[in-house]
Design a protein around this ligand. Sequence first.
Ligand code: SDX
Length: 389
Amino acid sequence: QTGLTTLDNGFVNTASTKSAITFIDGDKGILRYRGYPIEQLAQHSSYLEVAWLLIYGELPTADQLATFDETIRRHTLLHEDLRRFFDAVPHTAHPMTTLSSAVSALATYYEDVLDPNDPEAVEASTIRLLAKLPVIAAFAYKKTIGQAMLYPDNSLSFVDNFLRLNFGTMAEPYQVDPIVSKALERLLILHEDHEQNASASTVRLVASTEANMFVSISAGIAALSGPLHGGANEAVLTMLARIRDSGESVSTFVERVKKKEEGVRLMGFGHRVYKSYDPRARLVKESADEVLDGLGVHDPLLDLARELEQIALEDDYFIERRLYPNVDFYTGVLYRAMGFPPRMFTVLFAIGRLPGWIAHWRESNADATTKIGRPQQLYVGPAERDLGR
Ligand code: SDX
């Protein structure tokens, strides 16, 4: 913990966490993973290459990446007992709840690799989580639609294996659409890390107690599920559909947001750090047309989102509060075009964010100066009182 120190520029540094993983400049809309701009990584890299970069600090060599990919493919199978875990899950369960529970349960099969002080165990946990989270996610989805779960096909790439596990069935061979595969790879990269957001901070807090990586990630998934955080991508779709179905104009909806009518927020707008356009939202918006045209999909909700953004960005209420689209504003329209239902959107966010969470867990765990997390409080309760007995 860095505590209160004065920086070179004279500012008092109130940051509670030192990290070398991700840099964000909220005013300039800059996002870099280990120094590399998100725009370059989204355009030219892959989910697993970026995962290696975030976790180990440098881009992998071709051999390192090939071995990493092959090792992950070799660990995609879940323990058969864990498949039965899903028998107990109601089909109505939200996939994020199932995901968090199943990842916690995963730890019970790997008692031999839980020790945070054993470097080999940390590597083994890293590989198992990267390999198995997508499988668990697809199982959670299949559960909601009452379809049989498939076994992974290790001849496929990370993204294609995941797509087949979700959309393939026992009844016929599944052909991955390369447009969907490329678009999903790019979206996963855009979500891989984002500094000390609520879920990454949760993972670091749990890691600071020397809890194992599995339960730390399970806690991160739980934090991400909230509609103010990762759950916002699902909430945006609900908001857009409600506007469409209500028949009210976008302007009328925006006025209701400005009046702060109970529970009415412009979901997918605003950010704790970005007081400018979220660079990830810009990249998603730019690719939206290309992906939907490529899929031959015309989604009126995308037009609605664009109209909403245009009105908001020209309105003083949003300008004064420096509210811009964040990563969640456009992603849901793309996920829907790929065939995912809204309740899977935050699960996709979690799969994207997993390498970042692992990188934060390992950075915290490896830092000998890390002390157990203990956020400070300002006591505002009653002064001492006498029980009078
Ligand atoms: C993510 O931290 C991260 O990096 C997170 C994330 C990541 O990659 O991990 O980027 C992912 O979580 C993105 C954010 C997704 N959430 C949403 O889209 C939900 C809608 N957004 C808001 O709830 C809100 O903007 C937050 C929670 C994201 C940020 O909240 P802040 O910075 O604490 O803003 P605030 O609540 O202090 O609001 C400041 C003002 C308030 O108005 P006033 O009291 O000044 O009159 O802006 C208003 C708020 O009411 N406001 C909004 C608004 N967000 C803030 N008004 C309408 N719609 C909104 N979305």
